[in-house]
Design a protein around this ligand. Structure first.
Ligand SMILES: Cc1cc2nc3c(=O)[nH]c(=O)nc-3n(C[C@H](O)[C@H](O)[C@H](O)COP(=O)(O)OP(=O)(O)OC[C@H]3O[C@@H](n4cnc5c(N)ncnc54)[C@H](O)[C@@H]3O)c2cc1C
Length: 386
């Protein structure tokens, strides 16, 4: 008989969420993590991530997003922590912008409350941006959206799981995950464990454990900077999170609002970053540190589009995206496995959805099914049977 009902590889955003759900279900659950949760070599560190619901990436995420936000609110109550800051999210682009058009479509299909804005109203309400010629600019503002605090979410999620009996073993590197009949053997640098089911939530490292995913996942280096606004900037306490679609051939630029709870940390400054990059990284080697060229490229665009915000760089760091071929996640079992469930290729937009992914994976593993509509994210769309 297997020692554990469920082993979860990785205590990042998704692994922690799966652990919480498994703990709620009363399953004998072991989480294996090679570092410490929230470490800065993966994809979930730093003070902020954007959450929103009028989703341009694919409309079928909307029910998953609503559930994820509700789970974070529930966690806030349970653990007595403030995890969400509803400063609103503003998406901008020109008249051809797919980001804007698809967000409006998703909002209308799922009844998500948004405001659509023309260039004139955008320039009046959001004076930080200089997007002339304004006549060709459009925007979508979602008020019930904003910033989520990733490191606090992971800590609170793991605390909730631990209180329900989930065992978390840190400093333990999983070397392989192998199905054998009705159990799965998880071999680590600290011995082997067996479980009825395994969830691999290893972020950028996933294809090292699930090699059939390797050619479908690209790990990229992302640079993010926290920048002090210039003295004359309009009140940054009113700044929303934002994203500017610059067209299909260049990455969007986006920013995070300052966090009112971030006083004395980088989070008290607005963050800016490009959404996507072509620089590939082996996560075991790590991304090159931020250099002058990175800052020059980012600040060049920032100065042009949000001149009063683009003052002095206070801090900058790298982080990893794991890109799938279509920018949508791979969630579920691959056709090669019956007992190994994955969440991979979160493509730079997975944090806000992690609570739902964790719930769906834990439920599929423990009960053989989930009510969350994640079929459109099945790895089958890339990985051939056999
Ligand atoms: C700069 C940046 C900005 C982003 N902005 C947003 C945003 O605004 N909104 C949003 O929704 N998303 C955003 N994302 C994406 C989001 O943060 C990620 O999709 C999400 O955090 C990934 O979570 P994960 O659990 O898959 O990976 P991680 O949180 O990295 O967790 C994987 C864990 O597995 C562990 N692990 C790996 N291999 C092993 C092994 N062999 N043995 C043991 N442990 C192992 C790792 O140590 C790690 O802790 C952003 C990402 C970056 C980098």
């Amino acid at each position: 008989m297997a020692e554990w009902d469920l082993i979860i590889v990785g205590a990042g955003a998704v692994g922690a969420a799966a652990a919480r759900r498994a703990g709620e279900a009363g399953a004998r659950t072991l989480v294996l993590e090679f570092a410490v949760p929230g470490h800065d070599k993966g994809s979930s560190h730093g003070p902020g991530r954007i959450f929103r619901h009028a989703y341009f990436e694919h409309p079928d995420y909307v029910p998953l997003l609503r559930h994820a936000t509700a789970r974070i609110e529930q966690l806030e109550d349970e653990e007595g922590v403030e995890l969400l800051h509803r400063c609103g999210v503003l998406l901008m682009g020109d008249e051809r912008s797919e980001v804007v058009t698809r967000s409006i479509d998703a909002a209308s299909r799922w009844n998500v409350e948004i405001e659509t804005l023309d260039g004139w109203s955008l320039s009046r309400r959001f004076p930080w941006f200089d997007l002339s010629p304004w006549r060709s600019v459009r925007g979508v503002f979602e008020r019930n959206a904003g910033l989520v605090r990733p490191e606090k979410v992971i800590a609170a999620t793991l605390a909730s799981a631990t209180r329900r009996g989930v065992v978390i073993r840190l400093a333990t590197r999983v070397l392989s995950v192998t199905e054998r009949g009705t159990t799965v053997t998880v071999t680590t640098d600290g011995g082997a464990f067996t479980a009825r089911q395994v969830v691999v939530a290893a972020g950028a490292w996933t294809s090292k454990l699930v090699p059939e995913l390797e050619r479908h996942l690209r790990v990229t280096r992302q640079v993010q900077a926290w920048v002090a606004p210039n003295a004359g900037a309009h009140a940054v306490s009113l700044l929303p999170c934002w994203l500017l679609d610059r067209g299909p051939d260049v990455p969007a630029i986006y920013g995070l609002a300052p966090d009112p709870l971030g006083t004395g940390t980088v989070a008290e400054f607005p963050k800016v970053a490009f959404h996507g990059s072509d620089i590939l990284v082996d996560p075991d080697v790590g991304a090159d540190p931020v250099g002058d060229e990175d800052i020059h490229a980012l600040l060049g665009v920032y100065r042009a589009k949000a001149p009063t915000l683009a003052g002095k760089v206070v801090s900058a760091s790298t982080c990893l995206y794991t890109m799938s071929p279509d920018g949508n996640f791979l969630v579920g079992r691959t056709p090669h496995h019956k007992r190994i469930h994955v969440a991979a290729g979160l493509s730079g937009h997975g944090f806000k959805l992690a609570p739902t992914l964790g719930d769906a994976l834990a439920e599929s593993a423990l009960f053989g099914k989930t009510g969350h509509p994640v079929d459109f994210l099945s790895p089958d769309r890339f990985v051939a049977v056999g």
